[in-house]
Design a protein around this ligand. Sequence first.
Ligand SMILES: NC(=O)c1ccc[n+]([C@@H]2O[C@H](COP(=O)([O-])OP(=O)(O)OC[C@H]3O[C@@H](n4cnc5c(N)ncnc54)[C@H](O)[C@@H]3O)[C@@H](O)[C@H]2O)c1
Length: 318
Amino acid sequence: MQKILIAGGAGFIGSHLCESFLDENYAVICVDNLITGDKKNIDPLIKNSNFKFINHDTTKFLQSDELTEIDYIFHLASPASPNKKSPRSYINHPIETLLANSLGTYELLELAKKFSAKFLYVSSSEIYGNPTISQQTEDYFGNVNPNGIRSVYDEGKRFGEAMTMAYVRKFGTDARIVRIFNTYGPKMQKDDGRVISNFINQAIENKQITVYGDGNQTRSFCYVDDMVNGLKLAMFTPGTKGQVMNLGNPDEKTILEIARIIKNMVGSSSEIIHEELPEDDPENRKPDIEKAKRLLKWSPKINLEDGLKKTIEYFKKI
Ligand SMILES: NC(=O)c1ccc[n+]([C@@H]2O[C@H](COP(=O)([O-])OP(=O)(O)OC[C@H]3O[C@@H](n4cnc5c(N)ncnc54)[C@H](O)[C@@H]3O)[C@@H](O)[C@H]2O)c1
């Protein structure tokens, strides 16, 4: 049975990935220190004898008797929310975020080297910063403030990418980089301050829906099941070693449009209000996914309405 290590496996995307691999009869080792994730995300998996949870900070050397072999390592272990009002935000965990993507990436790559495991580093569209081109291709170097408030995440991810490629070049490690664009779905944390979870919870509770700035900034949102499929293909498809791939849904909407769609779908009486735009908030975000389409034969299948429906149902239930 093949063994997969998922760092950050108790988080939103990581827990879906764990579940999906268990369904396919892999042995899954979830490594997470729960800094922004939640044990509840993986509680249903604990009873599966093919699943093992190790509460561990990836920036430290991982020694465990369980680790006799590993075939694949997915590195998702990093805080991910930019909203400083959330206790889970990387703005409130600046040093941990820098270290998770630098030292954490180093430790996990060392593990990949030791076990000759295939490696996938989860980077972010944030490495493009506030892009000066409207649709970001992988060869765009970005427009990043190297020491602004978001730099702990942006520069952390850029360092993680550099470290991953250094292992490919120096040791021949079979590693690849995926730049994830905004992803949403069940198991996002209610208090993580990300756009979709914020709007849905505000709408369900008939509270004011808070749009930052005039709401004309754009984002494109990918449903988590599509993302999980993309991550798996990026790991398993031949020819992906050393490749950098955008994964996301190119269906671009303004934040104000998203607020209105969610309000209508929930049937909420919430008022949409505007608050100050956070520092270095990107004006647009739209992935160019031609490379993933070509290399992985992947494209997102779930449209915004269907994905939102499932996500709203989830938040109504919890
Ligand atoms: N969700 C998105 O829209 C999005 C967009 C771009 C990139 N990403 C990236 O995807 C990955 C997963 O994001 P998510 O949305 O699931 O966020 P999340 O916060 O739910 O998951 C991240 C997980 O990593 C764990 N973690 C963080 N630092 C750790 C450390 N040092 N040691 C062990 N575990 C640690 C957290 O506890 C959490 O469970 C992150 O790397 C994030 O940067 C996500």
